[in-house]
Design a protein around this ligand. Structure first.
Ligand code: HEM
Length: 488
């Protein structure tokens, strides 16, 4: 009674067959038009409630007690990880999640988030990206792996104090793990696995994800063993050392007053947490950067206007700093508009009601899976000057100042909001500004029409594309080299 309305479900499949599982987003938009901003779906026998639009998202995700991440992902997440520890992204609301979220945030801050050192790490990584782009000057190149490698290396510096060569086996293994499994876990195979238990042991694509996660677990155990052998307690070099220091503290309190059973820290949980941070910190930022260059090459006037603002603000400076963003309202607006259009994590991470609750007049029982449709807010009519077009002015007021509407929520909102938002915003700004200052990016003549519709997954990825790279100083020698596509 009073459960949100939705399409009629059929036995075994629920509403699965009514959704285009390649990308259910368009179907979900149609269902919201028909049933309203809070509607229900059955994926297999499991009831789910889809939340759409700014108001319903704020009312649900913003709550402290209900709508926190729950059991949804557990079967899938646990077997994927090859460990029983929940990590943080898929952890139930409770002490383990709270302790590890707090710990993760503290380590990111201590390793320089908001301070200069994280900035220096990102800028150091950009040098490698520039080297790769320098080698491609005058040619059309496929940027797909480049940004995954760069984003992975930024987070690897925090986790392992290591920067890998882009062709290093560790790097190629993890980048393909993130790239491939993000499509399997939350694409159609993930939905089928979650909702139809009888297919779980069949040789279907999710078995590949399990194999890859098992291999990843072996590598994390190896990293852990190496760190344990070489560490000096109390002198942490990286995230793993900090965590091991924390474990030492828990063991010490065990000897003193046996309070250690309260501790949620364990080596298993460390392995799960490393994977969470590495995965979440790579695929999201990299795919947002890929979307950025897809738009910038096809909106050359927008690209040029960014470059003019960058040239003016950085005149005489060696390199950009994160503080400079306050003097670059147009660049900020473009980055935010790219994130709005990219919809990198369109359905956030599924949540679950932790108790019986009410939302917008509907009753939702404890244990119901909640799908926060973040992209519904990003294209909601009435929230934006132009909700369907690529339009950086969505983030500028009449005085040309940068403003952020409340409907902008690519990092989700509420207590489970993205833990890496600060790092991601720093990466996007520093990487885009540095590259736009040095290079011009052009849509190649033979590339045909751009396809802005991404490949659906936990994280969405632009379809493969190539871009031509030109040194900006060389513009004058080659004045006719313009993008063959001009959408602005
Ligand atoms: C453009 C880049 C990024 C986007 C769009 C993004 C988006 C998101 C979203 C939508 C969630 C789900 C929040 C929810 O459950 O309501 C999330 C969670 C999370 N993200 Fe990100 N993210 C990005 C970058 C990063 C980075 C760089 C890191 C790593 C440091 C990171 C770490 C995490 C973690 C650990 C969580 C789980 C938080 C929790 O459950 O408490 N993310 N992110």
């Amino acid at each position: 009674k009073d459960f949100p309305p939705g399409p009629r479900a059929i036995p075994v499949f629920g509403n699965l067959l009514q959704l285009n599982l390649e990308s259910p987003l368009a179907d979900m938009e149609k269902l919201a038009k028909r049933y309203g901003n809070v509607y229900s779906l059955f994926i297999g026998a499991r009831p789910m409630v889809v939340i759409n639009g700014v108001q319903a998202l704020k009312e649900s995700l913003g709550r402290q007690r209900c709508f926190l991440l729950g059991e949804t992902k557990k079967p899938n997440g646990q077997s994927c990880r090859s460990t029983h520890a929940p990590g943080v992204v898929l952890a139930d609301f409770g002490p383990c999640w709270r302790d590890h979220r707090r710990f993760g945030l503290m380590i990111l801050r201590n390793f320089g988030l908001g301070k200069r050192s994280m900035e220096q790490r990102i800028l150091g990584e950009i040098h490698t990206v520039i080297k790769v782009l320098d080698e491609s000057v005058g040619k059309a190149m496929d940027p797909h792996l480049l940004f995954h490698n760069a984003a992975s290396n930024v987070i690897c510096q925090v986790l392992f104090a290591k920067q890998f060569d882009y062709d290093d086996e560790f790097m190629t293994f993890f980048v393909s793990l993130f790239h491939e499994t993000s499509k399997i876990i939350n694409g159609r195979w993930g939905m089928i696995y979650d909702s139809i238990p009888m297919v779980r042991s069949l040789p279907l694509p999710f078995q590949k994800a399990f194999r890859m996660f098992k291999a990843a677990h072996e590598r994390r155990l190896q990293m852990l063993a190496e760190s344990k052998q070489t560490r000096v307690p109390g002198k942490p070099r990286h995230f793993i050392d900090c965590y091991l220091d924390e474990l030492d503290k828990a063991c010490a309190s065990l000897t003193v007053n046996r309070r250690d059973e309260d501790s949620t820290f364990s080596e298993d949980q460390l392995c799960a947490l490393i994977l969470d941070l590495h995965f979440a910190g790579t695929d999201t930022s990299a795919n947002t950067l890929l979307s950025a260059f897809l738009y910038l090459t096809n909106y050359p006037r927008t690209q040029e206007r960014c470059q003019r603002e960058i040239d003016t603000v950085l005149d005489g400076k060696d390199q950009v700093s994160f503080e400079d963003r306050h003097k670059m309202p147009y660049v900020q607006a473009v980055i935010h508009e790219i994130q709005r259009k990219a919809n990198t994590v369109p359905l956030s991470v599924f949540h679950c009601t932790t108790e019986d609750t009410e939302l917008m007049g509907y009753s939702i029982p404890k244990g119901t899976i909640i799908i926060p449709n973040l992209c519904s807010a990003m294209v909601e009519e009435g929230q934006w000057k132009s909700h369907h077009e690529f339009h950086p002015e969505n983030f500028l007021n009449d005085q040309g100042e940068f403003v952020k509407p409340e409907a902008f929520m690519p990092f989700s909102i509420g207590p489970r909001t993205c833990l890496g938002e600060g790092l991601a915003r720093m990466e996007l700004f520093l990487i885009l500004v540095t590259l736009l200052r040095k290079f011009r990016f052009i849509w190649p003549e033979d590339a045909g029409e751009p396809d802005f519709v991404p490949v659906f997954g936990t994280t969405q990825t632009p379809k493969p594309y190539r871009m031509k790279v030109q040194l900006r100083g060389a513009d004058m020698k080659n004045p006719n080299q313009t993008s063959s596509s001009n959408c602005d």
